[in-house]
Ligand binder design. Structure first.
Ligand code: COA
Length: 164
């Protein structure tokens, strides 16, 4: 993708910073499952989903670490589909979700996009804030709610101007 620094650049920049963004390791699984359980109590992904993405070369699985503890994660398929992201409840509104997504999208081969519950107002605000916009709606996608389809607004711009 023209103009975007690759993930390796993001990793290098972030090595000494807080939160530290790095790739998922097997030992993170327990913490990720806990974060997932808090974020999506009724619809948590099972362990197998995380294991699948951890070994999928066509996906990016990043975690955010603060003082050695894993406090958030992001999974994105490299074709641009942002599969899921969550930050632990005590670490929200500190810019961790934003940093995860900004690092993750550097690996996207096409314009990043996702589905989000229309009733999840906090997440919709978050995605707007980091540079996404609503591109469509899928009726009853979740059975009890519509999905909003959101896409990255300014795709192809220089990474330095990524919503910072
Ligand atoms: C959505 C989520 C990942 C955001 O993570 P976060 O680390 O708290 O987000 P950030 O601190 O990087 O937020 C960046 C900006 O997004 C906006 N934002 C974030 N959460 C918001 C909320 N709940 N309500 C309104 N705006 C919000 C704010 O403008 C925020 O900047 P500010 O704090 O300076 O005002 C986190 O709230 C979460 O894990 N939620 C539960 C899981 C979830 O809904 N995931 C998405 C499902 S598709």
């Amino acid at each position: 993708m023209p103009g975007f620094a690759p993930w390796a650049t993001c990793r290098k920049m972030d090595d000494a910073s807080v939160p530290r963004i790095r790739e998922f390791k097997g030992r993170d699984l327990k913490d990720i499952l806990e974060i997932e359980g808090h974020a999506f109590p009724k619809t948590s992904y099972p362990e197998e989903v995380f294991r699948y993405y951890a070994r999928n070369p066509y996906a990016v699985f990043l975690v955010a670490e603060v003082e050695g503890a894993v406090v958030g994660y992001l999974i994105m398929e490299k074709q641009g589909h942002i599969v899921s992201t969550a930050v632990g409840p005590t670490h929200r509104r500190r810019g961790i979700g934003k940093k995860l997504i900004q690092c993750g999208v550097r690996e996207a081969r096409q314009r990043p996009w996702l589905e989000v519950r229309s009733k999840n107002k906090g997440a919709v605000s978050f995605y707007r804030k980091v540079g996404m916009e609503v591109a469509g709606r899928s009726k009853n996608y979740y059975g009890d709610d519509d999905a909003l389809i959101m896409t990255w607004k300014e795709w192809g711009i220089d990474s330095d101007s990524l919503g910072t």
